[in-house]
Design a protein around this ligand. Structure first.
Ligand code: AMP
Ligand code: MG
Length: 304
């Protein structure tokens, strides 16, 4: 298939997905690399295009009009979270049903499911009328894309189409909550621990470290530049003055955490485009989405 480049033609996107193609798909979190979940060859192409190891399972995206219980077994907690936060930036890890293939879950008996809120994503999913896998549309280990242009820069003509839905509103990947015999947050995101406690009345385990789930690696979301995390803008500016005669420096700081999340990945990409050697990022306050920002910063700063 020849690539159609960037387009906002949803009908074309539906046709490509339904005939086994792969496309860049906008969501409110980051752009995904979408393929029909039940199409083994298309899903295989997603792994190959990203360079993603096959034991890193994929999230199944559903439209609000579809019955998510066909794909997973939902506990009372999972139902409550789905009711409160779908459509939205929350992924639920639940026991899978028999329709979910091994190539989506890496052979595990659990499946990760999300219903995105982005209007174009919803239209695409509704009209495709099946589950769609959509890991971030970037090469494995690199910074996630938050615009159609980012996807084009990373994957170019390796995808059949990039559906342009503007810039992602949240800017960071979804919160992942495991609702099996363990109740835990596998990845922090915009939906916070407090949000989850408020809805379920239960305190999820906080898991940290690279081994908590397949694909949760210490180094991830990494630009070419070295990343240094500091505690305050004053520290950042002092280090920038000291370093700038030695190395080209890009400073990242937003006083507003919502804007910080929204623009973080674009800032990391800008640093690379300008061939900066060092990124100095000011740590976010460690509450709400600030926890997710700091999680991504520490992965961008980790040893490769
Ligand atoms: P992403 O990289 O945004 O596509 O998120 C996928 C991540 O969700 C994986 O790397 C896993 O950590 C987690 N995940 C998805 N599906 C499963 C599953 N079936 N079992 C355990 N973890 C999963
Ligand atoms: Mg990713």
């Amino acid at each position: 298939m020849t690539t159609h480049g960037i387009s906002s033609d949803v009908s074309l996107a539906v046709n490509i997905l339904s005939s086994g193609g792969i496309i860049g798909m906008p969501t409110e979190t980051v752009y995904g690399l979408a393929a029909c979940a039940l199409d083994e060859n298309a899903v295989q192409r997603v792994f190959d295009t990203k360079g993603r190891p096959h034991n890193h399972p994929l999230i199944v995206h559903l439209s609000p009009s579809m019955d998510f219980r066909k794909w997973g077994v939902f506990s009372a907690d999972a139902e409550a979270l789905a009711t409160s936060f779908w459509p939205g930036p929350l992924t639920l890890l639940v026991p899978r049903t028999s329709i979910v293939p091994d190539w989506v879950t890496g052979g595990r008996d659990t499946v990760a499911i999300r219903v995105p809120s982005h209007p174009l994503a919803q239209e695409l999913l509704t009209r495709t009328n099946t589950g769609v896998v959509a890991p971030s549309a970037n090469k494995f280990g690199r910074v996630s894309p938050t615009s159609a242009r980012h996807v084009l820069q990373d994957l170019g003509d390796e995808v059949d189409l990039i559906l342009d839905g503007g810039e992602c509103e949240v800017g960071l990947e979804s919160t992942i909550v495991e609702c099996t015999d363990v109740f835990q947050i596998l990845r922090p995101g915009q939906i916070s621990t407090e949000d989850i406690i408020r809805v379920t009345g239960r305190n999820p385990h906080q898991t940290t470290g690279p081994s908590r789930a397949p694909g949760m690696l210490a180094s991830h979301y990494a630009p070419q530049a070295q990343v240094m995390i500091v505690d305050s803008l004053d520290d950042a500016q002092r280090i920038q003055r000291e370093q700038s005669t030695l190395r080209s420096v890009h400073l990242i700081y937003f006083s507003d955490v919502t804007s910080y999340a929204e623009h973080l990945y674009d800032e990391l990409r800008t640093a690379d485009r300008n061939e900066c050697e060092l990124v100095i990022a000011v740590r976010a306050p460690s509450s709400g989405i600030g926890i997710a920002i700091n999680d991504r910063l520490s992965k961008a700063a980790a040893d490769r």
